[in-house]
Ligand binder design. Structure first.
Ligand code: PHE
Length: 457
C-alpha cells in the first residue's frame, strides 16, 4: 500500500447489508424486472428468474464477496494479491480489470437513466401527469429525451449526488446514506404494494403474475432471466468484491449473500405487485417494454385519486434505488485509484464522476442526435443498436457473464477446497458442498449457455 487513505471498513453487519442490498436493488428491479416479466409472460418468468438466481447468481455472489474479503483491497489490487498468494496465472487479473472497466461503462449510462427518474420526481410532484392520456404520456417522454440539454442537466444532478456520497467516504458517505435511504425505500415500496391491493385491477394483476404458463417459455426467456439475475444482484462489476473488502472476518458471507439475494428478489416482486395493479386497473398494456415505468405508469398516476402522492412516492423510490446502486459502481473505481495515487477521495470522486459524465454523453445522444447512429452496424446482433443499446448489451451480455464465469472458475477451481472453506468460515457447514458444486459446475455451464446463445441469437 503506497498511500494512507480514509479508513474503509463497515461499522456493522447491518451497514454492509444495507450497502449491498442498496447496490442490488436498483433500476434493474423497479424499471427492468417488471417490464421483462411483462414481456415474458409474467409468472413463469418470475419462477425461472428465482430458480436461476438461486442456482447461478447466488453462488457467484458468495464467491465475489469472499474474494474481496480475502484480498482486502479494490478489485484490481485484491486480485493481484490473491494471484501472488496462490501462485495463479496473471490471466485472472481479468476479473479485476474487467470488473472496473464494466463498472465505469455501466455507471456512465446508469446515470443518464437515473437522471430520468429524478426528472420524473419533479414531474410527478408538480402534477404534470394529471389527466394524462396515452398519447400525451408518450409525447411527454419523447419530448423529454429528444432534448439532450435537459438530459444532461438531470444526468449531472444524478452524478453530483452520487459523487457527493462517495466523496464523503465509506463510513461518512456511503454508510450514512444507505442506512437512511434503504429503510425509506422499503417503507415506500411496502406502502405502494399495500395500496395496490385496494385497486380494482389487483386480481387481474395477481393472475398475471402467478400465471405459470410454461407454453410461452422459450430458451430466450431463460436467458433473459439469467441475465437479469446477474445484473440485479450486482455481480461481476467489482462492486460486491469492493464491499466485501470492507467486511469484518466474523460476518458470515453465506448468510449475508442469501439475505442480499432474497431482499433483491423480494423487492423485484413487490415492485411488480405495486406496478401491475395500476396497469390493469386502467386497462394499460403490461408488456409495454422499457416504457412501462416512464410512459405507462404516468398515465395511471394522472388518473388515480392521489396521483401526485403516489406518483411522487414511486419516482422517489426509483431514484433512491438508482442512487444507492450508482454509488456502488463508483466506489470500486475510486477505491482502486485511491490505493495508488496521492489524491484525496474527494477529488477522485469528482474526477471519476466527471469522466463518467463525459462517457455518458454517448447515452444522452442515443435518444436524440445520434438516434440513427449504429456504431456496431457491422456486427449482426448489434446492427440496429444505438450507442446506449451497445453499451447495455455488451456490459450485460458480454462483460458481466465473462467476469462472472471467471469468478466462478477462480473461486471454484483455482482456489482449493480447504482455502475457500476457511475463507468462508464454512467448516462442517451443510451448505458448503452445495455451494462448491453449484460454483464449479452449474454456474459455469449456465453462464456459458447465456453467453453462447446471446452471441448466436
Ligand atoms: N443491481 C443494480 C440494479 O439492479 C445494477 C448494478 C449492477 C449495480 C452491477 C452495481 C453493479 O439496478
Amino acid at each position: 500500500m503506497t498511500t494512507p487513505f480514509t479508513p474503509r471498513h463497515w461499522s456493522s453487519r447491518f451497514a454492509f447489508l444495507m450497502a449491498a442490498i442498496g447496490s442490488a436493488v436498483g433500476l434493474g428491479n423497479i424499471w427492468r424486472f417488471p417490464y421483462l416479466a411483462g414481456e415474458n409472460g409474467g409468472g413463469a418468468f418470475i419462477l425461472i428468474y428465482a430458480a436461476t438466481t438461486l442456482a447461478i447468481a447466488l453462488p457467484i455472489l458468495i464467491s465475489e464477496i469472499m474474494l474481496g474479503r480475502m484480498g482486502k483491497q479494490s478489485p484490481i489490487n485484491a486480485m493481484r494479491a490473491l494471484i501472488a498468494e496462490h501462485k495463479a496465472a496473471r490471466f485472472w487479473m481479468l476479473i479485476g480489470w474487467g470488473g472496473i472497466a464494466g463498472a465505469f461503462v455501466v455507471l456512465s449510462y446508469y446515470s443518464v437513466i437515473g437522471g430520468w427518474a429524478l426528472k420524473y420526481v419533479e414531474l410527478a410532484l408538480t402534477g404534470a401527469f394529471s389527466g394524462e392520456t396515452e398519447a400525451a404520456a408518450a409525447d411527454h417522454f419523447s419530448t423529454f429525451v429528444a432534448d439532450s440539454g435537459s438530459l444532461m442537466i438531470w444526468q449531472t444532478l444524478f452524478l453530483v449526488i452520487t459523487a457527493g456520497i462517495v466523496a464523503a467516504g465509506v463510513t461518512g458517505g456511503i454508510e450514512r446514506a444507505v442506512v437512511m435511504l434503504m429503510p425509506l425505500l422499503f417503507i415506500l415500496l411496502a406502502a405502494m404494494a399495500v395500496y395496490a391491493t385496494t385497486m380494482p385491477g389487483f386480481g387481474a394483476a395477481m393472475q398475471f403474475m402467478l400465471a405459470f404458463d410454461f407454453s410461452e417459455v422459450t430458451p430466450g426467456t431463460v436467458l433473459a432471466a439469467i441475465g437479469q439475475g446477474f445484473f440485479s444482484v450486482s455481480i461481476a462489476l467489482g462492486t460486491m468484491m469492493t464491499y466485501g473488502a470492507y467486511l469484518d472476518e466474523d460476518v458470515s458471507i453465506g448468510q449475508s449473500a442469501i439475505v442480499i439475494a432474497v431482499a433483491d428478489t423480494a423487492v423485484a416482486i413487490l415492485a411488480g405487485i405495486a406496478i401491475f395493479p395500476l396497469v390493469f386497473s386502467y386497462g394499460l398494456e403490461p408488456s409495454s417494454g422499457p416504457g412501462l415505468t416512464f410512459i405507462t405508469l404516468p398515465i395511471a398516476f394522472g388518473t388515480i385519486g392521489n396521483g401526485v402522492v403516489i406518483g411522487g412516492a414511486f419516482f422517489i423510490l426509483l431514484t433512491v434505488a438508482a442512487v444507492t446502486s450508482a454509488i456502488s459502481l463508483l466506489e470500486p473505481i475510486v477505491a482502486w485509484i485511491e490505493e495508488g495515487v496521492h489524491l484525496s477521495r474527494k477529488w477522485l470522486a469528482i474526477i471519476v464522476g466527471a469522466a463518467a459524465w463525459v462517457a455518458g454523453l454517448g447515452t444522452v445522444f442515443s435518444f436524440n442526435s445520434w438516434s440513427d447512429f449504429h456504431p456496431m452496424a457491422r456486427f449482426g446482433v448489434m446492427e440496429k443498436m444505438t450507442v446506449f443499446d451497445v453499451l447495455d448489451f455488451t456490459t450485460a451480455n458480454l462483460v458481466m457473464p465473462t467476469v462472472g464465469l471467471l469468478i466462478a472458475l477462480f473461486a471454484g477451481w483455482v482456489l482449493s477446497g480447504p482455502v475457500v472453506e476457511g475463507a468462508l468460515g464454512a467448516r462442517g457447514k451443510a451448505w458448503f458442498p452445495w455451494w462448491r458444486f453449484a460454483l464449479r459446475f452449474i454456474a459455469p455451464l449456465g453462464v456459458v449457455s447465456i453467453f453462447v446463445a446471446n452471441v448466436l441469437m
